[in-house]
Design a protein around this ligand. Structure first.
Ligand code: OAD
Length: 258
């Protein structure tokens, strides 16, 4: 099989070895927190008004995991493959910012980014750094009264620099449409690729899960890297049942920079 113009379509499994549990794994966030409540705009706004401390616990749990994790060998391998010209783009469902941390240039974060705060009205994006998010986590722990906590969270989120509306999380929430800019970028990668490699995704969350089907329809070769079977396997040309890190450990010595 010839592999050319490769695009990576990634999911939570890519970051599993960084210590971030996958969403649907036994340690996953969705086992502890109902995504309809904690990852939908209505759920979050309701929690903010009615059970602010519960929301604050979720925010702290969510960010503590991200703050303590670092990109792993798989992320660094993707960056190396891009710099050598093999990898043309990364379409990621991950919100952990690792792709940028390792210096990848061509990335479409179709589910947003946990460090970004977003203006739903005009699309303005404000990216916070790890120290700022750390201050959010420690700050909410110090608030004793509901009104104090509400004010702290709102101040942290801030307002849009252009339209002054309140910023909201840059993560795409349940029930929200994926952002056009990121979708267009993802499709442009696929339209110019010959091969898609789906790494560490269960392929069950739509519309992102439709990318492999789009690619297949366009005649691209499809490779799946996942220790478990996935929804995508039946249309894949090649299924590699390995953890991402093990796959890259075997692949990278074969890649020549000449
Ligand atoms: P899932 O939790 O649904 O699936 C993770 C996949 O990673 C599974 O297929 C695992 O078998 C695989 N996996 C686990 N460890 C791995 C490893 N070390 N190497 C490679 N693969 C491994 O996560 P996603 O498919 O990313 O959406 O889920 C898609 C979306 O559903 C997420 O972006 C999130 C969630 O709801 C939003 O937050 C909007």
């Amino acid at each position: 099989m010839k592999v050319g113009g490769v695009v990576a379509f990634c999911g939570a499994g890519l970051s599993a070895e960084s210590g971030i549990p996958t969403f649907r794994g036994s340690e996953g966030l969705w086992g502890k927190y109902d995504p309809q409540k904690y990852a939908s705009a209505k759920g979050i706004i309701d929690l903010f008004c009615e059970d602010t401390f519960d929301l604050a616990n979720f925010i702290a749990d969510f960010y503590k995991v991200l703050l303590s994790a670092e990109p792993n060998f798989s992320h660094h391998s993707l960056a190396k493959l891009e710099s050598l010209g093999f990898l043309k783009g990364v379409i990621t469902q991950n919100i952990d910012n690792f792709d940028y941390q390792v210096g990848l240039q061509n990335v479409s974060e179709v589910h947003g980014n946990a460090y970004v705060f977003f203006c739903p009205k005009c699309g303005f994006r404000l990216k916070k750094n790890k120290n700022e998010i750390d201050e959010l986590v420690s700050g909410i722990k110090k608030c004793k009264k509901k009104i104090e906590l509400m004010t702290f969270i709102l101040r942290f989120m801030g307002r849009c620099e252009s339209c002054r509306d309140r910023l909201f999380t840059g993560v795409v929430l349940y029930g929200q449409s994926l952002r056009e800019k990121d979708m267009d970028l993802a499709y442009s990668y696929l339209d110019n690729a010959k091969t898609v490699i789906c790494i560490g995704t269960s392929g069950v969350t739509y519309p992102a899960a439709s990318f492999p089907y789009y690619a297949k329809k366009k005649g691209l070769k499809l490779i799946v890297v996942n220790p478990e079977s996935t929804e995508i396997d039946e249309i894949a040309d090649f299924v590699i049942n390995k953890k991402a890190v093990n796959f890259f450990q075997e692949l990278m010595p074969l890649i020549s920079s000449d």
